[in-house]
Design a protein around this ligand. Structure first.
Ligand code: SAM
Length: 360
């Protein structure tokens, strides 16, 4: 991979044995808590705790509709992990407001969703362990809850920011108002498509995905919203076969895990009318590893890549770009696909991603 600069930063000093041990203990606690938060999110326990005053394990289990013994063990771990506060005299537990703000709710700030996704991805640990020796990768069928968890994560961002903050990045909101042809590539359960179609009734919005199941959910949501300008097509984006059909194409978190990202980008470019805009949303990272060390979610980024993004691409015999392909490589690949005027934007509402705007 080409590098963007030639300066080599000084290597960090080696950790002492004491430092390395302390760090590993932190990792052991952090890793345990990641699984605990995933469970707390998926069972609804965190949401229940967020709604309750200080309560006993029996009261919490009752309110959540869960088994008390399991809830009590979860509470013990969460107490030791300092996620929740325990009052020994009363035998009560509470989720402090600041923890509730980052672990519950429908907003984009709820990080428990990202840990729920990590939990889902651990299903493939044995398979990925084998891949280290055998090569190959995984398939979408290996992740039965992936689409649900993905849709939950992206809906939080899109509900909060798609219309007011994300679409303005395209500089095409006036045309959307009048009525243009829009496509979303790798749309999954299609919530973004439906939000765009709802807000811009004169535009026609098509979501593409190569899996039929998420598209069924997308169509059901479009019907429930009474939309007549949203449609969903089951097609491989590497064979989009839609030359000159669109004025605006979006891809939310759907390019770096492609088997053939170069072909997909070229097909998207071909699907746009002259002057049409492509909005590509992808992980905010550098193509140079050392520049990602300070990212607070750098290890998460590459771990998710190992458990899904890189590995699912390799499983199709693909490029295996990985989540950390980075802004520099992405910009070069957009240029190689024939896009011009590639610009990047970051948004406060979405710290994990970078927004590429490219012109056909
Ligand atoms: C990480 S998910 C993102 C889904 C959605 N854009 C979102 O933000 O929730 C990537 C999606 O791309 C779809 N996908 C991957 N490769 C594809 C291809 N070659 N053609 C069409 N869809 C593809 C997957 O099925 C999946 O739904």
């Amino acid at each position: 991979m080409l590098r963007e600069h030639t300066d080599t930063p000084p290597a960090p000093p080696d950790p002492t044995l004491q430092d390395a041990t302390a760090r590993m203990l932190q990792v052991m606690e952090g890793g345990s808590l990641a699984l605990l938060v995933a469970l707390g999110h998926d069972t609804g326990l965190l949401r229940t705790l967020g709604d309750l005053p200080p309560s006993t394990s029996a009261q919490i289990a009752d309110a959540a509709g869960l088994q008390e013994r399991y809830v009590r063990e979860w509470l013990a771990a969460a107490t030791c992990g300092r996620l929740i506060c325990y009052q020994p005299g009363e035998g009560t537990y509470r989720l402090p407001p600041a923890a509730a703000a980052v672990l519950t709710g429908d907003g984009a700030d709820n990080l428990a969703r990202s840990l729920s996704m990590l939990g889902e991805l651990t299903r493939v640990l044995p398979r990925v362990r084998d891949c280290f020796s055998t090569g190959g990768g995984t398939g979408y069928r290996d992740y039965p809850r992936f689409q649900e968890a993905m849709a939950e994560e992206s809906a939080a961002v899109h509900d909060a920011a798609l219309i007011d903050h994300i679409l303005p990045v395209t500089d095409r909101t006036d045309q959307l108002e009048t009525g243009i042809d829009v496509a979303d590539i790798g749309c999954g359960r299609g919530h973004a498509v439906n939000l765009i179609a709802q807000r811009y009734p004169h535009s026609r919005v098509t979501g593409y995905d190569f899996l039929p199941e998420p598209l069924e959910v997308a169509r059901a949501e479009a019907a429930a919203m009474g939309l007549t300008n949203a449609e969903f097509v089951c097609r491989d984006a590497a064979h989009l076969e839609a030359p000159g059909q669109f004025d605006l194409v979006t891809a939310f978190d759907a390019i770096h895990d492609q088997a053939y990202p170069d072909r997909v980008l070229a097909e998207i470019r071909r699907s746009l009318r002259p002057g049409g805009v492509f909005l590509m949303v992808d992980f905010r990272a550098s193509s140079n590893l050392e520049e990602n060390v300070e990212l607070p979610w750098g290890a998460y980024l590459y771990t998710v890549s190992l458990l899904h993004c890189m590995t699912i691409s390799l499983g199709q015999g693909g490029a295996g770009l990985g989540s950390g392909w980075g802004t520099q490589l992405a910009t070069r690949m957009l240029g190689a696909a024939g896009f011009t005027d590639v610009q990047t934007t970051t948004l406060d509402s979405d710290p994990f991603n970078v927004y590429f705007r490219a012109v056909a």
